[in-house]
Every structure is written in C-alpha cells, then in structure tokens.
Design a binder for this molecule. Structure first.
Ligand SMILES: NC(=O)c1ccc[n+]([C@@H]2O[C@H](COP(=O)([O-])OP(=O)(O)OC[C@H]3O[C@@H](n4cnc5c(N)ncnc54)[C@H](O)[C@@H]3O)[C@@H](O)[C@H]2O)c1
Length: 335
C-alpha cells in the first residue's frame, strides 16, 4: 500500500511517516519546508526520514494545484494522510492569508487529487479549536461547532465542510481528526512546551497567558500517530439511514466521519509547567500575561467514539510525555 503524507517534515508528519514505514507501508512525503518556524528542524526531521528505504520525498507546495495534480497522477496512492497546514492560533490574527492559502486552497487541491485518482481513503487533520465558544465539556463530535474564535479554527471547520461535500458528491471516503494540543519529541518551536523549555534553560521568564488559569487536553504525539494508523483501514461508509434530523453531526449519508483525538484528561497549565520544571530540575520564572485573542480557556476531548471504533484512545500521562520531550530537546540542542 502506498500512502501520501502531506506535511511530512512537520512535527506530526515526521512521526506519522516513521510509524507507517515501520508498519511496512510505502510513504511518499511532501512538504514545502516553509519558514513559519526554524527550517533546520524541518530539514533534520526530513534527513532522518530519508534514511528509510520506503520513504520518498518531494518538495511541493500544496497551494500549487498543477503540481499537486501531477503528483497524484504520477503515483497511485491508496491512502492520503493530509497534515500540511498553516498551524497556530496566534499567528492567524496577524497573517490571515497564510491560512486561506495553505488550509483552504491547499485542502481543495488535495481533495481534487483524491477525487480524480480514486484514492480509497483521505484522513486529514482538523483541530480541537473548532469548538471555539463551546462551554460544555468534554467536547463531543456531536456538539455544534459553528462559533470559532480564530481564523485558524474557521479554516479547520471549513476543511470538514469541504470534505463532506466531496464525500457526498464523489463518494470519496474522508475522515477528519480533531487533534487536541499535540506535544512530544521533535515538537514545534511555536508551542508552549518548546518555548518554556528553551526559556527556562536560558534562565529567562516564560509568558504564561491568562495568569496560568487555563487547562489543555495535552495529547502525546505517539498516541496521535497510534490513533491514525488504526484508522487507515477504517474506511467510512455511507449510512443510508442517516438523516440530518436524527442529529448526528460526526457521520453522514455520505462516506464521511469526524473523530476527536485527545487524551480526555485536561491538565492545568501550571501543572504542565511543574512537569517541565521537574524534568529540567529548574524553577520557572513566570511572566503572568492576560488572555490572548483567539485562545480558549480549556479543552477536553470526548473520545468514546474513537475508542469504540479502534479499541484505543490517547492515554499517555503528561509527566511521561514532557520528560520524553525534554530528553529529546537536551540531546538535540546539546551543542
Ligand atoms: N500540533 C498540534 O497541537 C495540532 C493540534 C491540532 C491540529 N493540528 C494540525 O495537525 C497538522 C500537523 O501539525 P504539526 O503540529 O505537525 O505542524 P507543523 O507545522 O510542524 O507541520 C506542518 C507541515 O506542513 C508544511 N506545510 C505548510 N504549508 C504547506 C504548503 N502550502 N505546502 C506544503 N507543505 C506545507 C510545513 O512546512 C510543516 O512542515 C496541521 O494540520 C495542524 O493544523 C496540530
């Protein structure tokens, strides 16, 4: 089986590609290696992947529709795992167009490639941020998600809608995965764990938003990857008995499905910081800040549906996961 992984040089795409190859799949990875964060980190992940025999890389921008069409035509992909995107909530406040390009134009190009080449299953990353103003916790895929608080979240919700239309019109099986705050080794420099670790090692204060009064459902990257690989061959089927009026929002009369992928164990931001302090054996200096635009106070995933489908849902303890990240960080940046 040949699988396309978009965003293969990214944090999740790197782990994803590695695991798929370990499982015996052939992986074609694409990425435009943009400079949203340190390109050297993307290149280092890629260099490790390129040592693997069953990995083939093409540098490609998913916004370029002709190149994407060419890629799909020259490989017959059995599955597509679409992770390339412009991530980050805060960056979307200042740079909205980057999200329209990568997340909207990029997504339609991937959908078109899947449609014209009869790909058997498209799995793509959505995000917990689609829950926006929702207050009821844990967040369920049966809750309405019509009130995003950032353009990033709006593009992720748009991806789900666009995918539904392709599932309906062209019977393209699509599975959208709402990832909840992913962390782990080789993680992103724009995310809290990386920024805090770096600042603490430099003896600098860390910016703690909403004075630390926030909780996040931190999800370890191996659990994300473990969930995705179990879903590769769980191809959604059209449910003829489904109607809008019955109210199920995560499935459809089309071959379409949405799952939450989160730990289901929200952690207070201050407890997360304590886990970093323990791993580093350094006390953090806190720079207490107000709430940021586009941020939400807390997230918690209801993963019952995921568990019932694949017999697994994320469960790694934050203390363990943070230690894995810190160990990686110290060895990677030892020079
Ligand atoms: N990390 C998280 O906490 C989290 C949470 C929810 C959802 N997600 C989603 O998961 C996916 C992967 O996230 P990540 O944390 O690995 O981010 P990442 O930025 O590390 O990886 C994304 C990769 O996509 C590439 N890319 C971006 N635009 C591209 C384009 N136009 N063409 C080709 N490649 C492009 C980037 O260069 C990058 O290597 C994204 O869709 C993100 O929105 C991540």
């Amino acid at each position: 089986m040949k699988i396309l992984v978009t965003g293969a040089a990214g944090f999740i795409g790197y782990h994803m590609s590695q695991r798929l190859i370990e499982m015996g799949y052939h992986v074609v990875g694409i990425d435009n290696l943009n400079d949203y964060y340190d390109v050297r980190l993307k290149e280092a992940r890629l260099a490790k992947l390129q040592q693997l025999e069953k990995f083939h890389f093409e540098k490609l921008d998913i916004v370029d529709s002709a190149k994407v069409a060419q890629l799909f035509a020259s490989h017959q992909f059995d599955r597509v795992i679409h992770l390339a995107a412009q991530p980050g909530v805060r960056y979307s406040i200042e740079n909205p167009m980057a999200y329209i390009d990568a997340n909207i134009v990029g997504h339609i190009n991937i959908l078109e490639g899947c449609r014209h080449n009869k790909v058997g299953h498209l799995i793509y990353s959505s995000s917990s941020s689609v829950y926006g103003l929702n207050q009821k916790q844990p967040f369920s895929t049966e809750d309405s998600v019509d009130h995003p608080v950032s353009l990033y979240a709006a593009t992720k919700k748009a991806n789900e809608l666009m995918s539904h239309s392709y599932s309906h019109l062209y019977q393209l099986p699509t599975t959208g995965l709402r990832f909840f705050t992913v962390y782990g080794p080789w993680g992103r420099p724009d995310m809290a764990l990386f920024k805090f670790t770096k600042a603490m090692l430099a003896g600098e204060p860390i910016d703690v938003y909403n004075s630390g009064n926030m909780t996040r459902d931190f999800t370890y990257v191996d659990d994300i990857v473990g969930s995705v690989v179990r879903l590769v061959n769980v191809v959604p089927e059209a449910d003829e008995n489904w109607t809008v009026e019955k109210g199920e929002t995560s499935s459809s009369s089309a071959p379409y499905k949405i799952y939450n992928v989160g730990n289901g164990q929200p952690t207070k931001l201050m407890a997360f910081i304590e886990a970093i302090e323990k791993s580093l054996n350094i006390k953090a200096k806190l720079n207490l800040m107000p709430m940021q635009d586009g941020d939400v106070l807390s997230t918690c995933a209801d993963c019952q549906d995921l568990f019932e489908t694949i017999g697994f849902s994320p469960n790694t303890e934050v203390e363990y996961g943070v230690k894995q990240f810190v160990d990686w960080y110290l060895s990677y940046y030892k020079n």
